[in-house]
Design a protein around this ligand. Structure first.
Ligand code: BGC
Length: 243
């Protein structure tokens, strides 16, 4: 089945048509910067003009969102405007664009794509996906089954959400070297190891494009691998999650 996968992020919104069996992108990947006023109205308007119209899309849509999403409804929004809270994304797509859509947390989407397509993952046991982008997204799979809306990016570190300390945004803002950023990330991994003892950790998000820069410095009791689809995992998983 072909589905338009959309990944709404705090810095960029991405979309591409995905073959949900192979996970291959069947169109160019479109990205536009998240509007400063990242309200539902603004972002949805851009999704229509920059993604749906450009790809001439009239089919099904899977949409990843950077917050807690239950039954297509948004419950939290750390890196986009609070106006998203309470929005039923499925209803919006139907009403505004006449498109059938499912919505889910962006890290859950990334995880779904990795569990389905990454043959380096042994799905037995607890597998954790950590996406490092504007925020920190986390998802957990137990024997291949998703436990949705795990928000371990908001564990407290130095009096604030961990994502403020270890995100890709923090790395860029503070101009951290890979060594300095990895030292910070290793501190976070101690929490993850202590609380969850995952058998495998899969890294996605913008940082995963640079996995080779820091893999040798990572310290964890868990085996850490990069997402097969790196920063595209969110788009692909959102599409795959359409059922
Ligand atoms: C949100 C998560 C999201 C992550 C990555 C966090 O701030 O709370 O739901 O998965 O950012 O976008």
């Amino acid at each position: 089945m072909n589905v338009l996968g959309i990944d709404i992020g705090g810095s960029g919104v991405k979309g591409a048509i995905v073959d949900t069996d192979s996970g291959e992108l069947l169109s160019e990947k479109i990205r536009f910067p998240t509007p400063k006023k990242s309200t539902p109205k603004k972002i949805l308007k851009c999704i229509k003009s920059d993604i749906i119209d450009k790809l001439n899309w009239e089919g099904k849509v899977g949409c990843g969102f950077p917050g807690v999403v239950k039954k297509n409804i948004v419950y939290s929004a750390a890196n986009v405007k609070n106006k998203w809270i309470g929005v039923d994304i499925k209803k919006k797509f139907l009403k505004k664009f006449n498109l059938d859509c499912v919505a889910l947390n962006d890290a859950d989407a990334a995880g779904i794509s990795e569990i389905a397509l990454n043959d380096k993952i042994n799905i037995k046991g607890v597998v954790m996906i950590i996406t490092v982008g504007t925020g920190i997204g986390t998802s957990i799979f137990v024997d291949g089954k998703l436990v949705p809306n795990i928000e371990f990016g908001h564990l407290r570190m130095y009096g604030d959400s961990a994502e403020k300390y270890i995100s890709n945004l923090a790395r860029k803002k503070l101009n951290l070297s890979w060594v300095d950023w990895t030292n910070r990330f290793n501190e976070y991994l101690i929490y993850i190891d202590t609380l969850l003892s995952p058998s495998q950790i899969v890294m996605g998000g913008g940082v995963s494009n640079y996995f080779n820069e820091f893999v040798s410095k990572l310290e964890s009791k868990s085996k850490i691998i990069p997402a097969r689809n790196r920063n595209n995992a969110g788009i692909i998983g959102a599409a795959i999650s359409f059922k």
